[in-house]
Design a protein around this ligand. Structure first.
Ligand SMILES: Nc1ncnc2c1ncn2[C@@H]1O[C@H](COP(=O)(O)OP(=O)(O)OP(=O)(O)O)[C@@H](O)[C@H]1O
Ligand SMILES: [Mg+2]
Length: 382
């Protein structure tokens, strides 16, 4: 095999095949069924603040599966970073437990904590690179701290720099790199101990859209090739839509919603989720809003319908079929659909004209080609 995964294992001198590898894999599989890769159970976190205690997290019960990319969203101050930081015990929970592979990490002594943190890589919004050290030295640092022999360090640094596409930048200093390249260094450094979990706290928030795309592509590649479980915080909903399998929503320290991305994005249930996703929702254009009337006044008035696709059914926006069903004209005024995790999601604003059918009959017809339909009212013919 010449895959990156096998190269990766080769450099770590770990067995990649055979009986030695099979036993832990089987153990992990049976553990997963019971506990998930990562589990929060009744987790709470309080901080002592200037004005007394701040309750940052409360009653969090959540399971992250092995190998998935799990997103966490929520407004500023909702508790996202606090939650993420309990996974590698940068924060100690005030209540409840964090379990990794079914094991409560709460009782770990210093040695076990050090070992745990090597199993968990972390990347940050502002990269956290040392300015006075080269790219190679930055990436090498965790290996030095761990006392890894020089030659193995060098090989590992080369390997992870290749993995993130920075082969030629080993001797450059962070100041000589673009934001995207700096984050690649951050990712390389997070991978030197062959972690099984990668934590990302706003890892693309300081990057422009194009660079964000390339970093997301890299994260997905790493997730697949190295079978990493990724837990990712972001305020960019597009990031969740782009690469996450499932998503959880925090609001004032509580878990208010979770599910597959298509489900949460297609039909958000909690008001906090709706607020976060509002920028992705379409609004009725001002000019139409101003003319909207309840009933049909002129025979050629147009009915405005909003068709929604939540991904919950197999329905597709068959607009031609819809028009044929009632024998009138359908115009798409605004909106669009997209495919997320193999499901159709989106909203369409339609104008329906030249039909004698009553409003309710039209709504029912539209429901044949959409998951839900809202009747907005009538506007005059164009
Ligand atoms: N070290 C600390 N001491 C005191 N209060 C803290 C500390 N860290 C976080 N908090 C408080 O806990 C709450 C949750 O903070 P946290 O950083 O987890 O939120 P967040 O969702 O990551 O926000 P952001 O999106 O702004 O990064 C906030 O009210 C914050 O002020
Ligand atoms: Mg934060």
């Amino acid at each position: 095999m010449s895959s990156l995964t096998s190269e990766y294992r080769y450099f770590d001198d770990a067995p990649s095949q055979g009986a030695e590898a099979a036993a832990p894999a089987a153990r992990a599989a049976s553990n997963d069924a019971l506990h998930g890769h990562l589990r929060f159970a009744g987790l709470g976190k309080r901080y002592d603040g200037a004005q007394g205690q701040v309750r940052a997290l409360q009653g969090i019960d959540l399971t992250v599966r092995r190998g998935e990319i799990f997103g966490i969203i929520g407004r500023s101050g909702a508790g996202k970073s606090s939650l993420l930081r309990t996974i590698n015990r940068l924060e100690r929970p005030s209540e409840g437990r964090v379990l990794i592979d079914g094991e409560d990490i709460g009782g770990y002594d210093t040695d076990r904590l050090v070992a745990l943190r090597r199993r968990i890589g972390m990347i940050f919004q502002h990269f956290n690179l040392l300015a006075a050290k080269t790219v190679g030295e930055n990436v090498e640092l965790p290996l030095r701290v761990a006392g890894v022999p020089r030659e193995r360090r060098q090989r590992k640094v080369e390997e992870v720099l290749r993995l993130v596409g920075l082969e030629g930048k080993r001797d450059a200093y962070p100041a000589q790199l673009s934001g995207g390249q700096k984050q690649r260094v951050g990712i390389a450094r997070a991978l030197v101990h062959d972690p099984e979990i990668l934590l990302c706290d706003e890892a693309t928030s300081a990057l422009d859209p194009e660079t964000t795309q390339s970093i997301l592509a890299l994260l997905r590649e790493i997730n697949r090739r190295l079978r990493l479980t990724v837990v990712l915080i972001t305020h960019e909903m597009e990031v969740i839509r782009e690469i996450c399998d499932r998503v959880a929503v925090l609001e004032r320290g509580e878990l208010v919603e979770q599910g597959p991305v298509w489900q949460v994005f297609g039909a958000p249930r909690h008001p906090a989720t709706r607020t976060l996703l509002a920028p992705l929702q379409q609004k009725l254009p001002e000019d139409l809003l101003g003319q909207l009337q309840d009933g049909r006044r002129q025979p050629n008035d147009r009915l405005l319908l909003e068709l929604r696709y939540t991904g919950a059914s197999e329905r597709e926006p068959d607009l031609a079929g819809f028009g044929m069903r009632f024998g009138g004209r359908v115009t798409l005024l605004q909106g669009g659909v997209e495919r997320i995790q193999g499901r159709t999601l989106g909203q369409l604003l339609l104008a329906v004209a030249d039909t004698p059918l009553a409003t309710e009959a039209l709504r029912r017809q539209a429901l044949e080609v959409a998951d839900s339909v809202e009747v907005l009212g009538y506007v005059a013919a164009a």
